[in-house]
Design a protein around this ligand. Structure first.
Ligand SMILES: [Zn+2]
Length: 420
């Protein structure tokens, strides 16, 4: 609505200027007059504050919301009567819950230029994009406005010196990009084991509001060179699903095997409270038990590196596999650990790492399978894993055209410096 008024005012001014201009053109006056007219008309253009309010009518007083400062505190200090504030809060409910006002966020109060005592608008900036306007005049109404966001595509690169995060900082790149890149390559590259001299190139979005950066958006294309091997990743949205794929259209994510045994039955699920059959007490069971005859091969549910392989009183013979910086799995009560499975060894998905037994605290032969996500034990049966599917056949052609354009840009980029 405000924008409409703004456009309307501006539009009518243009018409006035044009009409004036036309009359002067048609007259026999000297061209000097026209110059003067144009200068005058620039001065006459109404000026607006960042929210679209005329600076001729209002003074915008900007502040930052302090901890424990409520809307009523601010409005009462402007002498707005309490019943009116109460009415406003009720009206606001439909579009904005004032309990969501957060300290540290910007707000503005617009007072009338004619009467500096009267507050006319309270504006709360929820984010660099979204702001809520509380119209404090007789009608009392509340509405949400959004600033226009401009997205600019940027290219950057960097050579790893220490960690990915530090390299991003050294290259003046948004720290959020490190997290996004680590997420894309979670199944491909272990960012705790990247090496000095590894490098990356990125094509990504940066968001701007009124010329000021408000942070990065999506990574559209990336190349990560690890031990001299290039790993490409391209963002693609097929109209219903979005994901990252390599240059041939394969998904960057890999699924885990559903179970560490080929044939098995679940005898005990992950729970925070169960009656322990051996200890005879209620305690958490932070794993899933799969029963199978002694000697049944136990498979690693995904590619990874052996973090632990040994014996502990309760675990019995056990193996712990780190898949990437997000996921780790553990397999307990083995009668025997497979040959070659020791700390530091690499394993493939489906590789035999041991055999079902009942060593440690166990009543019968089974494997207790434990799953960690970001260092926290969780129920893998309830985890939602991202799709590991490739680009669908019907979209492959379009994907290949788009990704090869991005790849060309990446290949032509200089990894050592940003080219915008
Ligand atoms: Zn168990």
């Amino acid at each position: 609505m405000l924008k409409l008024i703004k456009y309307f005012l501006f539009g009518s001014l243009v018409i006035i200027v044009l009409v004036n201009f036309y009359f002067h053109q048609s007259s026999v006056e000297a061209s000097e007059d026209q110059e003067i007219l144009r200068e005058d008309s620039v001065d006459q253009l109404p000026k607006f504050d960042e929210f679209g309010f005329s600076v001729d009518s209002f003074i915008t007083q900007k502040s930052i919301l302090r901890p424990n400062q409520f809307l009523s505190d601010i409005l009462l200090s402007y002498k707005l009567p309490y019943p009116q504030i109460d009415k406003l809060v009720k009206k606001a409910k439909e579009v904005f819950d004032i309990r969501n006002l957060r300290s540290g966020q910007k707000y503005s109060v617009l007072v009338s230029k004619d009467d500096l005592q009267t507050p006319c608008y309270f504006i709360y900036e929820e984010s660099p994009v979204k702001y809520v306007v509380f119209d404090l005049k007789d009608t009392l109404h509340v509405y949400v406005e959004e600033r226009e966001v401009e997205t600019i595509i940027k290219n950057s690169g960097g050579i790893i010196n220490s960690s990915l995060y530090e390299t991003m900082q050294e290259n003046d790149l948004d720290a959020g990009l490190a997290a996004k890149l680590a997420e894309i390559y979670a199944w491909t590259i272990d960012f705790y084991r990247i090496q000095k001299g590894d490098w990356f190139k990125l094509i990504y979005e940066e968001k701007f509001v009124e010329g000021k950066s408000i942070g990065t958006g999506k990574i559209l294309g990336a190349e990560f060179s690890h031990k001299g091997e290039p790993y490409y990743a391209f963002n693609y949205f097929d109209g219903s699903e979005e994901g990252y794929f390599d240059e041939s259209g394969k998904g960057m994510k890999k699924a885990f095997l559903k179970s560490p045994l080929k044939f098995s039955r679940i005898t005990s699920r992950f729970t925070l409270k169960r009656f322990h059959p051996v200890q005879k007490i209620f305690k958490a069971h932070l794993g899933t038990d799969y029963a199978a005859p002694k000697g049944t091969p136990i498979l690693s549910v995904g590619d990874g590196t052996i973090e632990e392989a040994g014996y502990k009183q309760f675990n019995g013979n056990y193996v712990k596999v780190k898949h990437n910086s997000t996921y780790t799995t553990q397999y307990l009560h083995m009668c025997k650990i497979a040959n070659g499975i020791r700390r530091g060894a690499r394993v493939k998905q489906g590789e035999v790492i041991g055999f079902v037994g009942s060593t440690g605290l166990a009543t019968g032969p089974h494997v207790c399978f434990r799953f960690w996500k970001n260092g926290k034990q969780s129920d893998h049966l309830k985890e939602k894993f991202p799709s590991s599917d490739p680009v669908k056949k019907e979209h492959l052609r379009e994907f290949l055209i788009k990704s090869s354009e991005l790849k060309k840009t990446l290949d032509e980029m200089d990894k050592t410096k940003a080219t915008v």
